[in-house]
Design a protein around this ligand. Sequence first.
Ligand code: HGY
Ligand code: MN
Ligand code: MN
Length: 421
Amino acid sequence: MNTSLIRNIDGDRLFRALETLGEVGAYTEERTGLRGVNRLALTPADGEGRRHVVERMRALGLTVTIDRIGNVYGRRAGRDDTLAPVMMGSHIDSVPTAGRFDGCLGVLGALECIATLNDRGHTTRRPVVAAFFTDEEGARFGTDMLGSAVATGRLALADAYALRDRDGVSVFEALTAIGFVGEVDERLTPPHAYLECHIEQGPVLEAAGLEIGVVTGVQAISWHEVTISGRAAHAGTTPMELRRDAGVAAARINLHLREMIGSGRFGAGMRATMGAIVPHPGLVNIVPGRVVCTVDLRNPEDEHMRAAEAEVLRFYAQVAGEEKVEITWRQTARTESVAFAVDVQRRVAEAATAHGLRHAPIISGAGHDCQEMARLCPAGMVFVPGLYEGISHNPREYSTPEACAAGVGVLFDVMLGLADG
Ligand code: HGY
Ligand code: MN
Ligand code: MN
């Protein structure tokens, strides 16, 4: 399929926009020579990406507003401008080892839809808004969907401002440094509907030969930051039985996560990751006295998630006793599973059918701003497949021009149906 088959938007213009934004905060991965993206939230690179997208919004004639947590909204007036808008969006912040599609497809896809309305000289009945939210990834300040959680009332602005990264820099300080502390009240007036186009970031659509994912919702997410305090000691002279090795304790927790999943007791969909493992002092001949690590649990079933969390806490206590270490932890992110609006799912499926695109329902393994927006209004997502088993949070992340055009073509039809309905 080539992008010209998707006749309602300009797939080549969309892909050029993805490539241009993908150069902001770009780097070349030494080992592979692949071009990656590092626009970690509220860093200068994120600031540059934000200014680039704001410029694109203004060039499309949108009225741009920035709220106090740095969420950015570009508004296109409707024939009846008093009506609640149809909003499309996502995020442009990235993890440090990103590709150029995660989040950006949703934001630049929204702008492509607006450019298409401009090309047609069409004014929709309702206003249309393209948005990007602050720090969706949570990789720097430890809480994901930060901007959309504040916009929809799950997180208080003051609590968000106070979050600090590993260097002790607060969200407010970082947001001020890049010049994106806006004046607009951060609590969003509910839109008529919210739509987000996003790469699947997993292997399901590619493996099934599907072109569109009709996203049914998002699984539950639970993040811990765990501090394990033992005792630094000489690696050569300290007998094993006298050690209080924080590194061994962390390793045992990590392996237990794997065993929990293997037991099947927490459902077939459970996933667990110890993404960060930071030993202190982290040197070859010293038993680690302290380890700060993270635990990321995912589960499509809330009940199984709660049972898994209880088991993880029980195991922390067991390991603390057996390894003679102290284990403290804090919950840095926690969201229940979210179901997307059935009407939006229906519209996505109908639009995919109209374009002759193979599609199927799919639950999202990743968190998205859409799950926060679902608190405010009917919300839904359009997934597009990625190549290479849909790898993501990796420079290898890739969706073809055709796949991106198909997803945004569906996004356009669903937006139009809602905005003119
Ligand atoms: O972690 C997630 O699911 C998302 O990429 N922030
Ligand atoms: Mn994303
Ligand atoms: Mn991501």
